[in-house]
Design a protein around this ligand. Sequence first.
Ligand code: ADP
Ligand code: MG
Length: 232
Amino acid sequence: MTSAKLVLDDLTLTYPDGVGRLTALDRVSLDVPAGSLAAVVGPSGSGKSSLLAVAATLVTPDRGRVVVDGTDTGGLTPAARAALRREHIGIVFQQPNLLPSLTAAEQLQVMTHLSGRAARQARARALELLEAVGLTREAGRRPHQLSGGQRQRVNIARALMNEPAVLLVDEPTSALDHERGAAVLDLLVTLTRERSTATVLVTHDWAHLERTDRTVTMSDGRLAAVPVPVPG
Ligand code: ADP
Ligand code: MG
C-alpha cells in the first residue's frame, strides 16, 4: 500500500519507428505523495513529455500502471478517464495556450462550465488563484497584455482551478529568463505545499532544482535517482 497520490508503476511506452519500435519509457516507476514536488530532469528526447502524457492518462502505456488519487486508470473507459483528468489532474503544458480574447480571470473560469451562483463561485475561485500566483492586478488583462512569465502564471493557476490531486508540469521555465524561472519554481513548490498536490515537473534545465523535494534524472526513457546533491 502507498499513500502516494500519483503512482507510476513499471511503465513502458513504445512508439512505432520505421520497421521497429522506439522505447520512449523503459520500466519507469515513480511515487509522488500529496504536497510533494518531484522533478524529472533529462535532455531533449529522453522521454519527459511522454512520461507526463502517460501520467495524465492522455497516452496508454504498453505496460505498467498509473494510479491517480487511488484510482487505477488502466481499467477505465475513455469517458471515465476524461472525467478523472478533469476532476483530479491539472496539466501545465510548455506553451500556455491561452485564449487570446479572454482575460486572465476568464481563462480560469472557462475551466468550469457553470451558470448562476456556481459561476460567481468560479469567479471568486479564479480571483483567489490569480492572487496566489501574484496576478491580482492582472486579472482583467488579455494574454497580449501579459509578459511571458505572467502568462505562465495564468497557465499554472488555470491548472489548479478544479483542485486537482495531481499537477503535471512540462518545462515551465524554458521560455523564461533565470530570475523569472526561479520565481516560477518557487511558486510551484509553494502551491504544491498549500494545495497538497502531488506535483511532477519535467525539465531539461538543472537550474533551481534545489527548491524541489526530489530530483530524478531521465535518460533514454529510464529514470535514475540523482546520486549527488543537485548543483546550484
Ligand atoms: P522529451 O520531452 O524529453 O524531449 P519526448 O517524450 O517528447 O521527450 O520524446 C521521447 C522520444 O519519443 C523521442 O525520441 C521522440 O522523438 C519520440 N516520440 C515522442 N512522441 C512521439 C510520437 N507521438 N510518435 C513517435 N515518436 C515519438
Ligand atoms: Mg518534452
